[in-house]
Design a protein around this ligand. Structure first.
Ligand SMILES: Cc1nn(C)c(C)c1/N=N/c1ccc(/C=C/C(=O)NO)cc1
Ligand SMILES: [Zn+2]
Length: 364
């Protein structure tokens, strides 16, 4: 089992400066300066745990490269690219970046491209792209939600253009709706986008079950909004009853996962309860499905997740699953979080999942 791994120190140099965590600092509103929630720490510490634990020795290091203008313009407008070349915010006022921000964003998108190409070319069996800045909220004409370029959408477009890959499934397990990827491919019946997220957190009023794609692409978008407080049992049920069956119906040539960890039990930007063992189970269900459906071709691209202490354990568990590790690193927080009341599937969560099962019938 060869698992590709992309990381570059430049990802840690993407400078989101000081905000008040999420919003621009403003003393007139009582918003005291604090580092932006989307800062380097959580992702840099994932890499450091991968190195210190020795997992790095079981991985095949892949080198990222900057996504070219041609590759970016398959998804984005020239105006958006120009904004990133000269501006200091991706477009929504909450996604700041410092000098050279576009160069690092190119390297993030290029890191996902490199991972996808290596998997499709058979150089590795599967891959993890630990990239920053994230991408799944970025739209063709603007960035948003800390995302500058639509990393995964750019990678999907690249392997379809250069490697003849036809059907790609993107599964978004970040706790926020994968609106960007969904929008890029809404009319495309050969790209399935499935997003499992906390209902209506971000983007506001986005990610409803009723968002299903459009035109020839109707049915190719599947949204599974879940209630706040959903934990390991709710996510396992969503995977087993909606996500994996959707993949089986769609029969992809390649699976790409938008791997965010902000559904984690300690994340500041959502209210879910998933733990490292829960993320391992989520990943394992997707890896197993890819093994049955597309020779194991699966790529995980890092997205959100903001607790610098716990995200490393959650992402490490996912990378171990990709590498087929049978002696996983124990989660020191397990006694606290794996046994929280409500970790098992709750009736109101079951209702949300059952409602999403109805969407499977129209998958193209
Ligand atoms: C509150 C509030 N007020 N306003 C004006 C805005 C714009 C607010 N929230 N913005 C948010 C909230 C959450 C995210 C998460 C991103 C992520 O992790 N994606 O995976 C991004 C922006
Ligand atoms: Zn997120």
């Amino acid at each position: 089992m060869a698992t590709g791994y992309v990381y570059h120190e430049l990802y840690g140099w993407h400078d989101t400066g000081t905000h008040a965590g999420l919003l621009p600092a403003d003393p007139r509103r009582g918003l005291q300066p604090h580092r932006h929630f989307e800062n380097a720490e959580a992702k840099r510490r994932v890499h450091e745990l991968v190195v210190v634990s020795g997992l790095i020795d079981r991985l095949t290091r892949l080198r990222p490269r900057p996504a070219s203008d041609e590759e970016i313009l398959r998804v984005h407008t020239a105006a958006h690219l120009a904004r990133l070349a000269s501006g200091s915010d991706a477009g929504d006022g909450g996604s700041p970046f410092g000098p050279g921000g576009l160069d690092i964003a190119r390297l993030a998108a290029g890191g996902v491209i490199a991972a996808a190409e290596s998997v499709v070319d058979g150089e590795v069996d599967n891959a993890y792209a630990l990239v920053r800045p994230p991408g799944h909220h970025a739209l063709p004409d603007t960035g948003m939600g800390f995302c500058l370029l639509a990393n995964i959408a750019i990678a999907v477009a690249a392997v379809r253009a250069t490697r003849g890959v036809r059907r790609v499934a993107v599964v978004d397990i970040d706790v926020h709706h994968g609106n960007g990827t969904q929008a890029v491919f809404a009319a495309d019946p050969d790209v399935l986008t499935v997003s499992v997220h906390q209902e209506r957190v971000f983007p506001p009023d986005s990610g409803h079950r009723t968002e299903r794609g459009e035109g020839a692409g109707f049915g190719s978008a599947v949204n599974v909004p879940l209630p706040p407080g959903t934990g390991n049992g709710g996510y396992a049920a969503a995977m087993a009853r909606v996500v994996v069956p959707a993949l089986e119906r769609f029969a992809p040539d390649l699976v790409i996962v938008a791997a965010g960890y902000d559904a984690g039990a300690t994340d500041p930007l959502a209210r879910m309860m998933v733990t490292a063992s829960g993320f391992r189970a989520i990943a394992s269900s997707l890896i197993e499905a890819a093994g049955r459906l597309c020779a194991g071709r699966i790529v995980f691209a890092h997205e959100g997740g903001y607790d610098p202490v716990y995200v490393p354990f959650c992402a490490h568990a996912v990378i171990e699953a990709l590498a087929g590790v049978t002696d996983p690193l124990p989660d020191p927080f397990s006694p606290n979080f794996d046994f929280l009341a409500g970790q098992d599937l709750q009736p109101h969560q079951e209702e949300a999942i059952a409602a999403a099962e109805a969407l499977l019938a129209d998958i193209p």
